[in-house]
Write a protein of this length. Structure first.
Length: 306
C-alpha cells in the first residue's frame, strides 16, 4: 500500500462519527442489515486489497444490478418541483422491495437512504425539501447492501429540465459530458497488469482537454463485503503504483468541477461537500471488476443514462 493509499484509509477511518440516528426511514425486519445499521459504526475492513473469486464477483454483479436499478429510478424521478427528499423516500421503498438495504442509511450516522448533491454540492449531500429547478445539476449516489452480504454502489448526474428548450445551459451540458468521458477513459485503463495510477492520469487528461478540474479530496474505493476498502482510486494524476489483478473490484467515481476543485464540508450537517468557489460539479460512478482479459462493469444499465 502506498503512503497516499494509507493516508486515504486513515482519513476515512477518522471521519467524524455523528452517532446512530433516530427517526430514520423504516427497513422491514426481514431485510439483511449491514453491521452499522443500528450502531452507525461500520465493521473494520481488511487493510489489503481483496481479490474476489468467481462466486464473489457474481454476488457483486447481483449487488451492482440492484444498485443500478435503484439509481435509474432516482434519476427518472428528478424533475422540476420534485424534492430530493421525495426521491429519497421512493428509492428507499424500491430498494427494500428488492430485498436490499439502502447502504447510506445510518452509515456513520448518515440520515438518509440516498446521497443527493445539487449544483455546487459535490457529494454526500443530504436529501432535502428544496424543490428542484430547471437547470439544476443533481447528483444521485445510490448504494445498497444485499442479503448475500455484499455492497453495490453507483452514481449519476441529472440535468433537470434537459428536455426543455433553454432550461439547461451549455456549460452544464459540457460538464456533464466531460464527466461521463472521464469515467470511460478510466475504464479503458482497467486491464490486468495495468497500473492503478493510470486511471487518475486518464481522468486528468480529459479534464485538462475540457478545461475542468477533478476533486482530489475524495476517491473511488474497493468494494465487496466492505463498503469502502482498498484499493483507493485517485481521480487525478498520482503515483499509486498498484498492479491491477483479476478479482479486484472497485469504484471509479470522478467528481468534476467547472471551476476549482477546492472544497469543504458544510459544518451545518457535517456531510455535504461543496466547492469553495460556488461553481457546479458533476459525478458518475461505476463498479468495475478486473477480469483475466480486461474488465467488467458491474453497474451497467440503460446507456441513455451512462
Amino acid at each position: 500500500m502506498s503512503q497516499l493509499q494509507g493516508e486515504l484509509l486513515r482519513r476515512l477511518a477518522a471521519r467524524p462519527f455523528l452517532g446512530a440516528r433516530r427517526g430514520l426511514r423504516t427497513v422491514p425486519a426481514h431485510i439483511f442489515r449491514p453491521p452499522y445499521a443500528v450502531s452507525g459504526v461500520p465493521a473494520a475492513v481488511p487493510p489489503h486489497v481483496v481479490l474476489h473469486n468467481t462466486e464473489e464477483v457474481a454476488a457483486l454483479r447481483r449487488a451492482g444490478r440492484i444498485a443500478r436499478d435503484a439509481l435509474e429510478l432516482a434519476c427518472s424521478l428528478a424533475a422540476a418541483g420534485k424534492t430530493t427528499n421525495e426521491v429519497d423516500a421512493e428509492v428507499h421503498e424500491a430498494i427494500v422491495a428488492l430485498g436490499a438495504y439502502p447502504a447510506p442509511l445510518n452509515y456513520r450516522g448518515f440520515p438518509k437512504s440516498v446521497c443527493a448533491a445539487v449544483n455546487e454540492e459535490i457529494c454526500h449531500g443530504i436529501p432535502s425539501d428544496r424543490p428542484l429547478k430547471p437547470g439544476d445539476i443533481c447528483k444521485f449516489d445510490v448504494s445498497i447492501y444485499t442479503k448475500e452480504g455484499f455492497f453495490g454502489d453507483n452514481c449519476a448526474t441529472v440535468l433537470v429540465g434537459r428536455d426543455q428548450d433553454g432550461a439547461v445551459d451549455a456549460a452544464a451540458i459540457a460538464l456533464d459530458a466531460a464527466t461521463k468521458e472521464s469515467v470511460a477513459a478510466a475504464l479503458e485503463r482497467c486491464v490486468p497488469g495495468g497500473c492503478l495510477s493510470d486511471l487518475g492520469h486518464a481522468i486528468a487528461d480529459v479534464c485538462d482537454a475540457r478545461g475542468f478540474s477533478s476533486v482530489e479530496n475524495f476517491c473511488g474505493h474497493g468494494i465487496g463485503r466492505g463498503f469502502h476498502m482498498a484499493p483507493y482510486v485517485q481521480h487525478f494524476r498520482n503515483d499509486d503504483k498498484l498492479r491491477l489483478e483479476p478479482g479486484m473490484v472497485f469504484t471509479i467515481e470522478p467528481m468534476i468541477c467547472e471551476g476549482s476543485s477546492d472544497c469543504r464540508v458544510l459544518e451545518v450537517d457535517g456531510w455535504t461537500v461543496v466547492t469553495l468557489d460556488g461553481k457546479r460539479a458533476a459525478q458518475y460512478e461505476h463498479m468495475v471488476a478486473i477480469t483475466n482479459d480486461g474488465h467488467e462493469v458491474l453497474t451497467v444499465g440503460d446507456p441513455a443514462l451512462f
